[in-house]
Design a binder for this molecule. Structure first.
Ligand code: OGA
Ligand code: MN
Length: 290
C-alpha cells in the first residue's frame, strides 16, 4: 500500500489513504504526523479497528485524557475507560449508551472551558445514519489569516472566557448551576489568538459562543465583537463537511479547529467511539514577530 495525502479543503483537513491504522509502522506515522501539523484534521476511511486498535493509534499522539462528563455522566464501553461513546442509541432499559443524542452539536472546540483542554479528539464510526449527523470541521488558522485587520486589532492581546456551563448539545453539564455572570461561571480564560505549540502558527481560539465573554469589554461590546468574529467563521471556505461512512476515523486538533454536528433522525442509529489526547500545555498566546 502507498500512503497518500489529499487535502479535503484548502483551509483544513486531509484524507490519508493507503494505510491500515491497526498495523501502522513508524515511517507511516511520521508522514501522518507531518500531515497532522499541516492540515489540523485527518480523515482515514475504510478502517476496521477494535477498541484496542483505536487506543493504540490514539496513544501515538500523546497520553490519553479521560472523557468529559456528559449529560448522562461518563459512558464508556465495558473495560475501556479511555474510550467514550457518542451515540443516540438507547439500551434495553431505555437509557442512552452514549453522549450528545441526535440533536445538533453547535460549533465548539473540545473542553476549552478547562485550563488545559485536550490537544486532539478522534471519532471512529461504527454505525451511521442514512442521512444527517455530518460532522463539520473549521480551520481556525485560516479563520485568523482571513480575519479583517480591524477585527484582528480588536481581539489581539485579549483573553476570552470559555464557559463550561453547557455542552455542545446544549445540555447542562452534570453538577453545574447556571449563572449569567461570566466572572462567576465555571470555565477558563484563554488568549483569543493562540500559537500552535508544534508549528507556531496562529489560530483564532473561540471555544463556544454561548456565554462567551471578551475580557475588559462591557457585556455589550463583548457580544458585538464576538458576534463579528462568529459571523466571520461562517465563511464557507473555512470548513470541511464530513459525511460519515462506517469505518471512518476523523481526528481533529482542538487548538486549530472547531467542529459541529448536524442533527439527524433519532429513529436512526449513530454510534461513534471516541478518544481524546491530553493537553500538552495550556493554550499559549501568539506573539507576533516584531
Ligand atoms: C465530539 C463531538 C460530534 C459528532 O465528540 O467531541 O463534538 O459528530 N462530536 O458526534
Ligand atoms: Mn466536540
Amino acid at each position: 500500500m502507498t500512503l497518500t495525502i489529499r487535502p479535503v479543503t484548502e483551509a483544513v483537513g486531509a484524507e490519508i489513504s493507503g494505510v491500515d491504522l491497526a498495523q501502522l509502522n513508524e515511517a507511516e506515522f511520521a508522514q501522518i504526523e507531518q500531515a497532522w501539523n499541516r492540515h489540523s484534521a485527518l480523515l482515514f476511511r475504510d478502517q476496521q479497528l477494535t477498541d484496542d486498535d483505536l487506543l493504540a493509534f490514539s496513544r501515538r499522539f500523546g497520553e490519553l485524557d479521560p472523557p468529559p462528563v456528559q449529560e448522562h455522566g461518563r459512558q464508556s464501553p465495558e473495560g475501556y475507560p479511555d474510550i467514550y461513546v457518542v451515540s443516540n442509541v438507547l439500551d434495553d432499559k431505555g437509557a442512552p449508551i452514549g453522549a450528545l443524542g441526535a440533536g445538533e452539536a453547535v460549533w465548539h472546540t473540545d473542553m476549552s472551558y478547562l485550563a488545559t483542554p485536550p490537544d486532539a479528539s478522534m471519532l471512529y464510526s461504527l454505525e451511521v445514519p442514512p442521512t444527517g449527523g455530518d460532522t463539520w470541521v473549521l480551520g481556525m488558522q485560516a479563520a485568523w489569516a482571513t480575519l479583517p485587520d480591524a477585527l484582528k486589532a480588536k481581539v489581539r492581546g485579549r483573553r476570552i472566557k470559555h464557559d463550561g456551563t453547557y455542552n455542545s448539545g446544549g445540555y447542562l453539564r452534570k453538577g453545574v448551576t447556571p449563572t449569567d455572570d461570566p466572572h462567576q461561571a465555571p470555565g477558563a480564560w484563554h488568549p483569543a489568538v493562540i500559537a500552535h505549540p508544534s508549528t507556531g502558527a496562529p489560530s483564532l481560539y473561540l471555544g463556544r459562543r454561548r456565554n462567551s465573554y471578551v475580557e475588559g469589554l462591557s457585556p455589550t461590546e463583548s457580544d458585538a465583537l464576538l458576534d463579528a468574529l462568529w459571523a466571520h467563521i461562517e465563511r464557507p471556505d473555512l470548513r470541511y463537511q464530513h459525511r460519515w461512512r462506517v469505518g471512518d476515523l476523523l481526528l481533529w486538533d482542538n487548538r486549530s479547529t472547531m467542529h459541529r454536528r448536524d442533527p439527524f433522525d433519532s429513529a436512526t442509529r449513530r454510534v461513534m467511539h471516541r478518544t481524546q489526547i491530553k493537553g500538552s500545555g495550556a493554550p499559549r498566546a501568539w506573539a507576533e514577530a516584531a
